[in-house]
Design a protein around this ligand. Structure first.
Ligand code: G4P
Length: 524
C-alpha cells in the first residue's frame, strides 16, 4: 500500500467524557467490534477515577495496566483505528489536554440522565480552541433520562456547538426500543445484550413497514420527531463537521452494545484522516514524504526495576522507520531507535514502520521531554503543547540530605514528563511545584521515593496563580521586577514567571504595569 493510502485510512481519536458517563465502556465496545478484544471487561481496569486521594496506591497499581491501554490500535474494515485513552481523574487534566493535541478527532460521551457535566465542558473548550472535529454519543438510553431534544439544546448551549442528530432514540429506559439511524436511513432495533450485534432493518422513515416493527403510537411519534429534526437542524454537512463547526450526535447504550456499531461505521466514514499540524516554522502536511513527529506524553515506571520510560510520539507526516536516523531537534542530534513499539489493542509489539496518524512508543532513558520534535533532518518545532498556570503550589524540600542528587534528578525527570511544573523562586532560590490537583503532589512524593529513592517534604506557600510575563518595555519590566522581587521565579526553561498571591494583587499588577503581558499559558 502506498504512503497516501496508508495515511488516509488512519483514524486517530480520543474518547472523552465526564467520569462515569461511559467512556471506558464505549471504548471497550469499539474494540470488540474491531475484533481487537474478544470479551467485554478487558479494558475495564484502565479506570483511574473516582478514587479518593488516599487511594493513591490503588492508582499506582493500575498504572501498569493503563499504559497498555493508553493507545489502542486496530484494523477495522479498511481502516486503521488508533484510540488514545485519556485519564478520567480531573487532577490529570493536563495529561488529557496534551493527548488532545495528538488526535485528529474526538468522540464525547454524555450520560442521557446527567447531560453536559463540568469535565465535558472543559474538554470541549480545548477541542473548540483547536477546531477538532467532535462527535457526541449520548449514552445510557436503557435508563430514564432527559428528553433527547433537551439534551440537544443543552449540548448547543453549554458547549457552544451546533449539533445535528444522526441517529434518534425510540423511547428510553425500560421502554427503549432502539434508534432510527438518520445517516443510513435504517431502523435499528434494540435487544438488551452485552455482546451481540442487534437487529437492523433498512427502512425509510415513511415506509409503511415501520408499523410492522413498532407500535402505531411509537412509529407516529418517531415520524413526527424525525420531521421536526429535519426542520430544525441543518442538513449534515461533512465539511462543517471537519472544520469543527458541526457536531453529529448519536444515541445508544454502550453497556448493552447498542448504537455503537452505527457510531463506529459512520465515524470511520466521515471522521478525518490525519490533519495538518502547525509548527512554528510552517504547516506540516501528513502526506509529506519526510517523517516528522512530536512527543505528547511520557510514561514512566513501566518496570519499576528499570526506571524505564516510554515517550509517545505522534507521527505528523510521512513514515517512521525502525533503525533510521532522525533528528532530535532540541538536542540538534541524530538518533535512531532499535525497538520502537506499536500499540495494538492490548499488547505492545516492536514496529518496523508507522505512518502519519500513528503513535510510536520510544523507550527512553531521559532524552525526551513533552513537546520535543523529531524530524528527518529539518529544524521544526511543533506548537500546541502549552502548560497552563497551575492552581496549587507547594515548596518542595529535600527530606534526606544523603539523597539530594536523587531528588534533583527525580524532580527534573518528572517535570520533563509533565507531571507538574517547577518554578524556582529568584529571591530565595527555593523550588516550587505547581499542579492542578492535590493528587499530583502525592504522585510526585510516591514516585520520588519508589523510583529515585529520594524523600521530599512539602511546605506551604500561599499563591493564587503563576503567570508568565514579558514586555517590550524593558524599563517597565525592570521596574516591575524590582518591586516584585520576592515574587519572581523562573520556569524550567528559564523564563520569567510572576507568582501572584491573590487575584487582587494580580489585577493590580496588570493595572499598574500596562506594558507587561501576563500569560496564563506557557505558549505565547
Ligand atoms: P467512564 O469510563 O466514563 O468513567 O465510565 P464507565 O464506562 O466506567 O461507566 C460508568 C458506569 O456506567 C459503569 O457502571 C458502567 O457499567 C455504566 N454504563 C456504561 N454504559 C452504560 C449504559 O449504556 N447503560 C447503563 N445502564 N449503564 C452504563 P459501574 O457500576 O460504575 O461499573 P461496573 O460495576 O458496571 O463496572
Amino acid at each position: 500500500m502506498n504512503l497516501k493510502k496508508e495515511i488516509e485510512r488512519r483514524r486517530t481519536f480520543a474518547v472523552i467524557s465526564h467520569p462515569d458517563a461511559g467512556k471506558t465502556t464505549l471504548t471497550e465496545k469499539l474494540l470488540l467490534f474491531g475484533g481487537a478484544i474478544h470479551v467485554a471487561g478487558a479494558v475495564k481496569s484502565n479506570k483511574i477515577k473516582k478514587t479518593a486521594t488516599s487511594d493513591w496506591m490503588e492508582i499506582e497499581k493500575q498504572r501498569g495496566i493503563s499504559v497498555a491501554t493508553s493507545v489502542m490500535g486496530f484494523d477495522y474494515e479498511d481502516y486503521k483505528i488508533n484510540i488514545l485513552d485519556t485519564p478520567g481523574h480531573q487532577d490529570f487534566a493536563e495529561d488529557t489536554f496534551r493527548t488532545l493535541t495528538a488526535v485528529d478527532s474526538v468522540i464525547v460521551v454524555v450520560d442521557v440522565a446527567k447531560g453536559v457535566e463540568t469535565q465535558t465542558r472543559r474538554l470541549m473548550e480545548v477541542c473548540r480552541m483547536r477546531n477538532t472535529p467532535v462527535m457526541v454519543f449520548v449514552n445510557k438510553l436503557d435508563r430514564e433520562g432527559k428528553d433527547p431534544f433537551e439534551i440537544l439544546d443543552e449540548l448547543e448551549e453549554e458547549l457552544q456547538i451546533n449539533v445535528r442528530p444522526l441517529s434518534w432514540p425510540i423511547d428510553m429506559g425500560d421502554r427503549f426500543r432502539g434508534v432510527y439511524n438518520l445517516y443510513r436511513g435504517s431502523l435499528d432495533l434494540y435487544k438488551p445484550s452485552k455482546q451481540v450485534v442487534t437487529e437492523s432493518v433498512q427502512l425509510e422513515i415513511d415506509s409503511p413497514d415501520l408499523d410492522k416493527h413498532l407500535s402505531p403510537d411509537l412509529s407516529k411519534t418517531l415520524r413526527n420527531e424525525v420531521e421536526l429534526i429535519t426542520e430544525v437542524y441543518p442538513e449534515f454537512d461533512r465539511e462543517e463537521y471537519l472544520a469543527g463547526k458541526l457536531t453529529p450526535v448519536f444515541f445508544g447504550s454502550a453497556l448493552n452494545n447498542f448504537g455503537v456499531k452505527e457510531l463506529l461505521d459512520c465515524f470511520v466514514e466521515i471522521a478525518p484522516s490525519p490533519r495538518k499540524v502547525e509548527a512554528e516554522e510552517r504547516v506540516v502536511e501528513p502526506l509529506e514524504e519526510a517523517f516528522t513527529g512530536f512527543v505528547f506524553k511520557i510514561h514512566a515506571n513501566m518496570d519499576p526495576n528499570h526506571r524505564s520510560r516510554i515517550a509517545f510520539v505522534k507521527v505528523c507526516s510521512g513514515k517512521f522507520e525502525r533503525n533510521v536516523n532522525y533528528k532530535h531537534v532540541r538536542f540538534n542530534r541524530m538518533m535512531k531507535f532499535s525497538s520502537p513499539t506499536a500499540f495494538m489493542a492490548q499488547k505492545k509489539e516492536i514496529l518496523d514502520e508507522a505512518y502519519a496518524g500513528d503513535i510510536v512508543g520510544l523507550p527512553d532513558t531521559g532524552n525526551f521531554m513533552i513537546g520535543d520534535t523529531l524530524t528527518s533532518g529539518e529544524d521544526l518545532h511543533f506548537k500546541g503543547l502549552p502548560s497552563f498556570s497551575p492552581e496549587m503550589f507547594k515548596y518542595i524540600e529535600n527530606a534526606d540530605p544523603l539523597k539530594s542528587k536523587q531528588l534533583q534528578k527525580g524532580v527534573e525527570q518528572l517535570m520533563d514528563e509533565g507531571v507538574a511544573q517547577l518554578f524556582t523562586n529568584q529571591f530565595n532560590g527555593r523550588r516550587i511545584i505547581g499542579t492542578v490537583g492535590q493528587l499530583q503532589f502525592e504522585v510526585i512524593e510516591y514516585r520520588l521515593l519508589h523510583e529515585y529513592g529520594a524523600q521530599c517534604r512539602w511546605e506551604p506557600i500561599h499563591l493564587y496563580k503563576a503567570c508568565w510575563i514579558e514586555s517590550d518595555d524593558q524599563e517597565q519590566l525592570a521596574d516591575f521586577k524590582k518591586r516584585k522581587y520576592q515574587y519572581l521565579a523562573k520556569d524550567k526553561q528559564g523564563r520569567d514567571v510572576f507568582l501572584a498571591e491573590s487575584r487582587y494583587i494580580l489585577m493590580m499588577a496588570q493595572q499598574d504595569f500596562k506594558n507587561i503581558r501576563f500569560h496564563f499559558s506557557s505558549e505565547y
